[in-house]
Design a protein around this ligand. Structure first.
Ligand code: RFL
Ligand code: PHB
Length: 392
């Protein structure tokens, strides 16, 4: 097999890239080691920045998104038992929306299969070859047979645990990393959201977040120990902690219902530089991970592939290589601002066991500042809704 761009991974990064390349008349083949139904059910992100949503809408993927998404003009921060609202519209004139990552994946897969472009599901033993030369190759096993795709370029969109990043010689990239001393326990609950916007909660016993998927499905997160097993978290214990951490304020009642799914997510900040090696370009979680507190991972993946599609289009349509050469530099400007913001929200809202009483007072003072100062609120809002694409 031969293609112009071989794409490893059918997550948001790989699928959005494949879609943008298709619109630019550039051929690609996507290889994915999971099944179609697995990637369409995998519960992950929920919050889309306006810029990410606009890109999907402008490229013809907005039909169901615009019908089903939940538009949010602000969010709530709860601390010292009181609810405060951050109004993005008033502060920075933008909104965000809730639309599940797996819904975006479904829309992208349907669109791609609809125009007859290939996604090879359930491939095994994926390996990348000749990355430093002009004809890189993707080798894999499908239906028991070893196969190969010859490419002009390879996009490594296979997430944090994929094979693309480890295919780069270790001395050709630099890793930047921070692992946090806690994790998130996430649950999906059959109950309407407690509030119509997200509630980020600071509590001395630990962070909690109330988000949602639909008007009838809530998504709730709790800070927990990093090495904890789901079996340590029977439903009663989850509700007890959630009630405690979100309690307080007039008329407050946590919306409860049956827990239909549970999962634990480790918290990590991670980035590599540069985001390419030879003819391999990394995008999304393959290149960087942010803790989910700022809701940025999928948005950053979409921002990367926007830059990559533009650079590949400049190469194929105008014979220019400068945009590909600048890919990593352009992406990393956004990546590091998003890394900073995601770290900042994480350290602001979580309980760190080695913090002392001084640190807790400092945290509370900072949240108080943000919720009472327009300048403070604006900094949060500007980053949360997504930094402008024009900064690239
Ligand atoms: P993905 O989604 O991990 O997709 C990678 C794909 O590659 C496949 N793969 C391989 N394919 C072929 N060969 C191999 N060897 C392969 N190895 C792996 C995988 O099966 C998969 O299909 O990476 P991508 O596309 O870069 O997208 C990144 C996002 O998934 C991620 O950043 C977000 O989910 C992060 N995130 C959030 N991001 C947001 O923008 N807003 C949010 O509200 C938000 N909330 C979250 C989140 C992530 C969470 N967890 C579970 C990590 C909440 C949580 C709890
Ligand atoms: C989600 O809806 O899953 C979500 C929203 C905001 C976050 C993290 C996750 O910060």
């Amino acid at each position: 097999m031969r293609t112009q761009v071989g794409i490893v991974g059918a997550g948001p990064a790989g699928l959005v890239l494949a879609h943008l390349l298709h619109l630019a008349g550039i051929d690609s083949i996507v290889v994915e080691n999971r099944s179609r139904s697995y990637i369409e059910q995998r519960l992950r992100a929920g919050l889309l920045e306006q810029g990410s949503a606009d890109l999907l809408i402008e490229t013809g993927l907005g039909e169901r998104l615009q019908r089903e998404c939940m538009l949010h003009d602000g969010l709530f921060i709860k601390f010292k038992g009181e609810l405060h609202r951050l109004d993005f519209r008033a502060l920075v004139g933008k909104s965000v929306m809730i639309y599940g990552q797996q819904e975006i994946v479904k829309d992208l897969v349907a669109a791609r299969l609809g125009y007859g472009a290939p996604i090879l599901f359930e491939v095994g033993d994926v390996a990348l070859h000749d990355l430093g030369g002009p004809h890189p190759r993707i080798a894999f096993t499908q239906n028991g047979e070893r196969r190969e795709i010859q490419c002009d370029f390879i996009a490594g969109c296979d997430g944090f645990h994929g094979i693309s990043r480890p295919s780069i010689p270790a001395d050709r990239i630099t890793v930047f990393e921070r692992i946090y001393p806690f994790a998130w326990l996430g649950v999906l609950v059959e109950a309407p959201p407690t509030r119509d916007e997200l509630v980020y909660t600071h509590h001395e016993r630990g962070f909690a977040l109330l988000t949602m998927r639909t008007p009838r499905l809530s998504r709730l997160y709790l800070q927990c120990a990093p090495d904890e097993a789901e079996t340590n978290w029977p439903d009663d214990r989850i509700w007890e902690k959630l009630r405690l951490r979100t309690a307080g304020g007039e008329g407050w009642q946590l919306s409860e219902g049956p827990i239909v799914q549970k999962g634990i997510t480790e918290m990590r900040s991670f980035a590599v530089e540069p985001m390419h090696y030879g003819r391999l370009f990394l995008a999304g979680d393959a290149a960087h991970i942010v803790p989910p507190t700022g809701a940025k991972g999928m948005n950053l993946a979409i921002a990367d592939v926007r830059v990559l599609a533009r650079a590949l289009t400049a190469f194929y349509k105008e014979g220019r290589e400068d945009a590909l050469a600048g890919y990593s530099r352009v992406c990393l400007r956004r990546v590091w601002k998003v890394q900073r913001f995601s770290w900042w929200m994480t350290q602001l809202l979580h309980r760190f066991d080695d913090d002392n009483a001084f640190d807790r007072r400092r945290q509370l003072a900072e949240i108080d500042y943000i919720t009472s100062s327009r300048a403070g609120a604006m900094t949060w809002a500007e980053n949360y809704v997504g930094l402008p694409m024009e900064w690239e």
